[in-house]
Design a protein around this ligand. Sequence first.
Ligand code: HPA
Length: 324
Amino acid sequence: MNTGAMNTATTPEPDEFTRAEQAAQFILAALAQNPAMEIPRIAVVLGSGLGDFAGNLQPAVVIAYEQIPFFPRSTAIGHVGRLVIGKLGDVTVAVMQGRVHQYEGYTAKQAAFPIRVLGRLGVRALVLTNAAGGINPQYGEEALVLISDHINLQGANPLSGPNDERFGPRFPDMTKAYTGAYRQIALDAGRKHGMELHEGVYAALAGPSYETPAEIRYLRAIGADLVGMSTVPEVIVARHMGIGVLAISCVTNMAAGLRPQQANDWLLGDPLSPREINHQEVLATGARVRGKLLALLGDIIPGIEESFKPNKPTSGLPGTPGSK
Ligand code: HPA
């Protein structure tokens, strides 16, 4: 890369830990300007079309991703690209409005870097949301599904390369990647709101093309209930750092080959072939479900915060004996 005199002054980029630390310090400095703000222990990542929730936070510190040192920039449509830290009731939360993906050209490590930063900031629980295609025939469009496990088919792992023990161990366990106690909190919140929440296995693909019907049949055969293009690098990095994870998929469409024709589609094409998927519909469904998800998060977040209290039974929480 060094092609001569012009480059001799460039300093090498600091290692990932130092970069995460510098980004976290930048965010802490922004928080310190508002004495009412505490350091968040819970973070939420809002996926495609779901990015409006942050408007409900009071009082809020808003930082564009491009202002944060080393933060990747969101280029995907439907992803705003702002970190909002504010209060939801009594609880301080950090909300990422939009994420970056492998299909934008980022590595898995880059896609998960914001989670490194949140971890260095002091976040202990991560709530991830995403738009996903439904594979399990019991789901319908607009269903909300708690991810219970995943299958990483992105062809990359954010932990590949030298391990930095300051983040976590070389070979982190993924048996309990999705914190059972947080899923229970979410199920209770769903019950309170009269919402049926499913649980299922999320298959992560690199994208950006949607799957073929044959790929969906394959994913179904290997045990996937949902398919999407995000979330898994973030989960792996969070677990590497000992952060607990809750992940909620919004089924924005039934997956390729599983979409029946609409009533008047025969006017437009072959009545026997399944409908195609388009990103506008994915965003529109996400927007319709946003309110439901928001109501749910309004109860889940205080529930998770409550679980941090020392007098709470710790069984089932990340890293404790008996955790699911
Ligand atoms: N496939 C992959 N990712 C998605 C889909 C899908 O059908 N819908 C929303 N995100």
